[in-house]
Write a protein that binds this ligand. Structure first.
Ligand SMILES: Nc1ncnc2c1ncn2[C@@H]1O[C@H](COP(=O)(O)OP(=O)(O)OP(=O)(O)O)[C@@H](O)[C@H]1O
Ligand SMILES: [Mg+2]
Length: 220
């Protein structure tokens, strides 16, 4: 959408977004569309389908996990896909939405922060690399130098956003901070994130839950 255009009255920008395409980014007069919310449907959000293979792959990924008829998959594939449903937001399919007289394709997802009064969110990409197996050598190289320790960590931090502290201060870090994580400061990064938890007991309970959830993913 162009910089001077507005969202229709039925939509609003999603205020808790950490990373990814963001409406604050304007290039050549074109505003990026990130995540939007439909007024009156606060439990879900709409994520723009990105151009090219990125968007197609994401839609295929959710379609295959949430399709009811799994008859085009083997039994093992169907079980694996069903297992994946436990780790991703609920998916409600594709939506075509008009913004300033142009049609845009979105996917509708459960907003996983909706049940929380004071959400504290960290965006982490799991995996040693962030490129497709068929990416060009150039792309592989540029991606791998962005976050030099990702290969050894097996993940990359894109940032976090904690609910405001007692003084109303929002505490955030972005992807550039994430890229500077090293074996020496990675532990401190998680301590920073957990600073929002008020007592050591609650902190240790939260860490136990995180570890349990992560081990379920690695068992999958
Ligand atoms: N289902 C969700 N519930 C709550 N917040 C979400 C959800 N999906 C995305 N977000 C928020 O939006 C941001 C961007 O989303 P996401 O990382 O999925 O998109 P992207 O960065 O454009 O794509 P990708 O990371 O796949 O390259 C996340 O950092 C997170 O803050
Ligand atoms: Mg992202």
């Amino acid at each position: 959408m162009y910089e001077n255009e507005e969202l229709p009255a039925t939509l609003e920008w999603y205020k808790d977004q950490i990373a990814g395409h963001h409406p604050s980014v304007v290039k050549n007069g074109i505003r990026q569309i990130g995540i939007v919310k439909e007024r009156g449907k606060e439990q879900n959000l709409l994520k723009l389908v990105q151009d090219g293979m990125r968007g197609i792959s994401e839609v295929q990924f959710y379609d295959s996990i949430f399709q009811k008829d799994q008859s085009n998959h083997t039994k093992a594939q169907a079980v694996a896909l069903e297992g994946l449903r436990n780790f991703v937001p609920h998916y409600f399919g594709k939506r075509v939405i008009e913004i300033a007289s142009r049609s845009y394709e979105f996917i509708e997802l459960e907003d996983i922060t909706y049940p929380f009064k004071k959400p504290c969110i960290m965006d982490i990409k799991i995996g040693k690399v962030t490129y497709d197996p068929d990416a060009s050598e150039d792309k592989k190289y540029t991606e791998s130098i962005k976050c030099p320790h990702q290969k050894e960590f097996g993940f990359r931090i894109l940032g976090y956003r904690l609910h405001p502290d007692e003084k109303g201060q929002v505490r955030v870090q972005d992807k550039n901070w994430g890229r500077t994580r090293t074996p020496e400061n990675i532990q401190a990064a998680f301590n920073d994130y957990f600073q929002a938890i008020p007592t050591p007991k609650l902190k240790s309970d939260a860490i136990k839950i995180f570890r349990k959830e992560l081990s379920k993913i690695s068992e999958w």
